[in-house]
Design a protein around this ligand. Structure first.
Ligand code: G6P
Ligand code: MG
Length: 219
């Protein structure tokens, strides 16, 4: 393995809680019951697809105009929540891993479904670690389609087989696997059973593991 591609939400920062609050506000406004378990299904999924799922939950069919207005409403609300983000919201030991890989000159990319990825990276001060950022504004097909990771690999000048993807969502692990990449799950083993390896969080991602995975060769 020669390069790393990181998802953002749920891997580098815990923005899932803010997405949840913003979707919950919209759901309340629409009279739809929305729990934190429901929010699990929204992880790694594009904003548009999330709203489709929410409306399916409420059995609501709406015009394109109304759909777009609610998408906008949710995002404006979300932007208010993330407005106050800073480096304190970086998940534990993420900087240690990024610094370790940078010291070894391992190229790194960000591959996120979010259209707010650049803004969030800047807020938490991690932009400089990534050679390239592929986000929701640049892809046509959302995860589990591998497009976002394939673009990232090609921008790093690497073959898909030489890339490790770090992901917290099932859709993201599926995308990495179908790209032929090494999938590294962050979260629960039961949820991310398709991943090549799963760690609860970055505190478990020790240098010995990083060295091992960098030595791994896949054809
Ligand atoms: C990430 C999150 C999803 C979110 C998506 C789009 O993948 O895990 O929960 O829906 O990004 O985010 P955006 O910031 O564009 O609304
Ligand atoms: Mg994620």
């Amino acid at each position: 393995m020669k390069g790393f591609i990181f998802d953002l939400d749920g891997v580098i920062v815990d923005t899932a809680k803010y997405h949840y609050l913003a979707w919950k506000n919209l759901a309340d406004h629409l009279g739809i019951d929305f729990t934190s378990e429901d929010n699990e299904k929204f992880k790694g999924v594009s904003r548009k697809r999330c709203l489709e799922l929410l409306l399916e939950m409420g059995n609501l069919e709406v015009s394109d105009e109304q759909f777009n207005a609610w998408l906008e409403e949710k995002n404006e609300d979300y932007l208010k929540y993330i407005g106050g983000m800073d480096a304190s919201e970086i998940l534990p030991e993420v900087p240690r891993v990024l610094n370790y890989l940078r010291e070894k000159d391992v190229p790194m990319a960000l591959g996120s479904a979010s259209k707010n990825a650049v803004r969030i990276l800047e807020k938490v001060g991690l932009t400089e670690y990534f050679e390239t950022v592929v986000d929701g504004t640049q892809v046509v097909k959302a995860k589990p389609d591998p497009e976002v990771f394939l673009i990232a690999a090609s921008r790093l000048g690497l073959s898909p087989e030489a890339c490790v993807v770090v992901e917290d969502a099932q859709a993201g692990i599926a995308a990495a696997n179908s790209a032929g990449m090494y999938s590294l799950g962050i979260g629960e083993t039961e949820v991310l059973s398709e991943a090549d390896t799963v760690f609860r969080d970055f505190t478990e991602m020790q240098a010995s593991f990083l060295d091992e995975v960098l030595q791994l060769e896949r054809k």
